[in-house]
Ligand binder design. Structure first.
Ligand code: MG
Length: 379
């Protein structure tokens, strides 16, 4: 990959975080200027700042007009960056968006021209808007609201790293026990493999370092040991994983929108429902839960999510998934469900986007802060 493209990644992450934290991002001077002319519906339509569309972040976006406005820094004139921008424009157009692109210089020195160009665009594209609005099916990877009339009925929640902040304990236990068995594993590896069944994870590492599958007995023993170390870790910290900050608010908002909550976890603990009920009372029922006991394959196979759709009696179009793990996102996307990724662990957020997440937030709290916007178009 070209160095220029690589450099975009950290910027992108900052933008994502900024978006998710209610735009507490340091905008460029040009963006600040333009925002003063777009904010508060000043041009007759609502613009969002740093809006996530598929795997891009638009500087400014109007969902009503399917318009993206980009403000380009000086580096955009470099050849590679130009090619990148063209690819990005094409992709946004494929998703049904038009792209207006201005340079920093234009915004800073000719703001009247910039604003007038945007006004002209909005004027010329508002005439047939009502015609197309009702008939246009939102592209599945459009990441504005979920789309008018899509009939959303349920949100499907992963558990570890989404509802409970349990992943540090799992990562610690995995890394320690695997290493004891001569299988070098870092805590970060545990985050990357999150979502697999325990046996599945063990098998990958024994093949890599022992050159063979673990026997059934070896795998069971190792997994038992991992569970013991995990429980010790938790016992030293009050007995169980804390709630993920923001999760309760997310669930309450989902309920307030009249949507079902479905749990889809690889975990197979007996006490699951009791614990959920204690922390998130009234949100989950046994009928709307898929656990590690229910599935044959587990994530990243789409099986658990397909099973969840079946249990809830809904189609993929009628659901959204909330996931923190790349393999969880892969499973949900493979089941055809639009997926909200929350990067609550230490992974590069690009991993979640690469798996096809439609939205990305740095925390459950950030999702809570933006959930009404995501769900708004559905009502
Ligand atoms: Mg998870």
């Amino acid at each position: 990959m070209n160095a220029d493209l690589k450099r975009a990644a950290p910027d992108r992450y900052l933008l994502l975080k900024g978006f998710a934290r209610n735009n507490r991002l340091n905008p460029t001077f040009a963006e600040m200027i333009l925002w003063q002319h777009l904010r508060g519906g000043a041009l007759g339509t609502k613009f969002y700042r740093q809006y996530i569309i598929a795997d891009y972040i638009a500087d400014f976006a109007s969902l009503q007009h399917q318009l993206v406005i980009e403000v380009d820094g000086a580096y955009h004139s470099e050849l590679v960056q130009t090619e990148y921008d063209e690819g990005r424009t094409q992709r946004l157009q494929d998703l049904g968006f038009s792209v207006l692109r201005f340079s920093n210089d234009e915004v800073q020195n000719q703001i009247e021209y910039v604003v007038q160009t945007i006004k002209n665009y909005l004027l010329n594209h508002s005439a047939n808007l009502t015609d197309t609005h009702t008939s246009r099916q939102p592209h599945p990877s459009l990441t504005g609201g979920v789309g008018g009339g899509s009939g959303l009925r349920a949100l499907l929640f992963d558990m570890d790293g989404v509802l409970f902040d349990s992943m540090p304990g799992h990562a610690y236990a995995w890394a320690r026990v695997m290493t004891e068995y001569g299988l070098p594993m870092q805590e970060s590896d545990a985050f990357e493999h999150e979502g697999r069944t325990g046996i599945g994870t063990i098998s990958i590492f024994t093949q890599r370092y022992w050159g063979r599958e673990a026997t059934e007995e070896e795998a069971q023993e190792l997994y038992r040991r991992k569970t013991i170390v995990f429980n010790e870790y938790m016992a030293a910290r009050g007995g169980e994983a804390p709630e993920m900050p923001g999760a309760r608010e997310v669930l309450d908002k989902v309920r307030a929108h009249g949507l079902l909550r479905v749990l889809v976890t690889g975990s197979a603990q007996q006490s699951l429902l009791t614990r959920l009920e204690r922390h998130y009372p009234g949100h989950f029922t046994p009928e709307l839960m898929v656990t590690g006991d229910d599935v044959r394959y587990g994530k990243p196979n789409p099986e658990p999510y397909l099973m969840a759709l079946q249990k809830a009696g809904i189609t993929a179009d009628e659901a959204l998934v909330v996931e923190n793990a790349p393999l969880g996102v892969r499973a949900a996307v493979a089941a055809g469900i639009r997926t909200i990724a929350v990067n609550t662990g230490p992974l590069d957020p690009q991993l979640l986007l690469n798996e096809g997440a439609s939205w990305l937030f740095p925390s459950m709290q950030a999702l809570a802060d933006n959930l009404d916007t995501i769900l708004a178009n559905d009502e």
